[in-house]
Ligand binder design. Structure first.
Ligand SMILES: Cc1ncc(COP(=O)(O)O)c(C=O)c1O
Length: 380
């Protein structure tokens, strides 16, 4: 054996992959852990979704390889969802590519566009996968900050002071994880103009558009975005289906065709039952979203209480599945995270895993039932 790829030296095992081993060991040792760390919705999808999966699984004809682009019905369901949720019209056969979760899309897109040495603009803090995939492809992450007093507006002024000639891609994500910054139409318009000015491909990662937002927003609703932007979306958070691994990519037909060239060499389609379940989910009506909103509003109020008890500060106008809390002067996030885990058996995420600008922050997930959050409050 002559060694491993140099590429793996550029990344670490995903934080949760490693940390959950420790947390699961604590659970196995009998510790009553409350997991406010990971953002995996704890409730089931709608009954219709499960039925569609079960009915398909019962059909002996349903178990073969599937289309690399998903069945036409699924692409149509995504197109209808985009029209209803965001007022965006997409051609189902050309401008939509179903994915096995949006996380895999980050790799497929990056493989399609990047050469070693290319640069990629990435929010700091931000979803760690943008950085690790960029590193794995031997491209260079260039971090930009967000102004949390301006709905997470990128710091365009300092970005434009840099040489942007090698920047090919820019990751954006509104509502933003982990901060919950909502973005705005104006910010998205500024981003589209910025991308055009510098010939950068804008990649909007949009899994939280329906979680605690007033109005779901898509970059593709912005004038001119169809020329410069692609959007990733996901059923994981919107429909309580993180383990199903169903996501999608929307945008320019010619770019999607190139991305399919990569992806079709990686997998052989998605199980038909998952596609049928996804179609049922995408067709759900208003009450699904209202119930989801009420659930997370109630949980969030309790997490705010928990944060108050710990003297943490947070923005109340945030969206998404998390509460992003600043630690008080004189304390470090690490101290608080460790004392919560080892003394109170409450698992929360240290902000530093999302970048240097997350160092003084802690992230609480809303994916725990109210009684568990109340129990956590009691333990403090
Ligand atoms: C910002 C962001 N993007 C993408 C994902 C990936 O979602 P999925 O692969 O489940 O669609 C997550 C998951 O937590 C996320 O927080």
């Amino acid at each position: 054996m002559k060694g491993f790829s140099e590429k793996i030296e550029t990344v670490q095992e995903y934080y949760f992959s490693a940390k959950l081993r420790e947390v699961n060991q604590m659970i196995a040792d009998g510790k009553p852990i409350i997991n406010l760390g990971i953002g995996s919705p704890d409730l089931a999808p709608d009954k219709k979704v499960i039925e569609a999966l079960k009915n398909t699984a019962d059909n002996p004809q349903a178990h073969g390889y599937q289309s690399y682009q998903g069945i036409p019905e699924l692409r149509i369901a995504f197109a209808d969802f985009y029209a209803r949720a965001y007022g965006v019209n997409l051609q189902p056969d050309k401008e939509i590519l179903p994915l096995m979760g949006s996380k895999e899309g980050i790799m497929h897109i990056s493989m399609t566009f990047l050469n070693p040495g290319d640069e990629v603009l990435i929010p700091n803090p931000g979803y760690p996968t943008y950085t690790s995939v960029t590193n794995l492809l031997q491209a260079k992450p260039v971090f930009y900050s967000l102004d949390l007093n301006q709905k997470g507006r990128p710091d365009f002024e300092s970005i434009e002071r840099r040489d942007l000639s090698k920047v090919k891609l820019m990751w954006i994500n509104y509502p933003h994880m982990p901060t919950g910054a909502q973005g705005s139409t104006e910010i998205l318009e500024e981003l589209v103009a910025f991308a055009k000015r510098h010939q950068i491909v804008l990649l909007h990662d949009n899994p939280y558009s329906h979680i605690l937002t007033e109005k779901p927003q898509s970059i593709l609703s912005i004038n001119g975005a169809e020329e410069v932007a692609l959007e990733l979306n996901s059923l994981s958070k919107t429909f309580n289906m993180p383990g199903w691994r169903v996501g999608m990519l929307a945008g320019r037909a010619d770019w999607l065709q190139k991305i399919l060239k990569v992806k079709s060499n990686m997998d052989s389609g998605m199980f038909l039952g998952l596609q049928k379940g996804a179609i049922a989910a995408l067709g759900l009506g208003k009450s699904w979203f209202e119930d989801l909103d009420e659930l997370y509003q109630n949980r969030r109020k309790l997490v705010w209480k928990l944060a108050d008890k710990l003297n943490l500060t947070y923005a109340q106008d945030a969206a998404g599945l998390f509460v992003w809390c600043k630690v008080p002067e004189g304390k470090t996030a690490e101290e608080i995270v460790d004392s919560l885990l080892y003394e109170k058996y409450i698992f929360v995420t240290p902000g530093k895993i999302f970048g240097t600008e997350g160092e003084n922050y802690i992230r609480f997930s809303l994916c725990m039932p109210e009684f568990k959050i109340l129990e956590a409050i009691k333990r403090i």
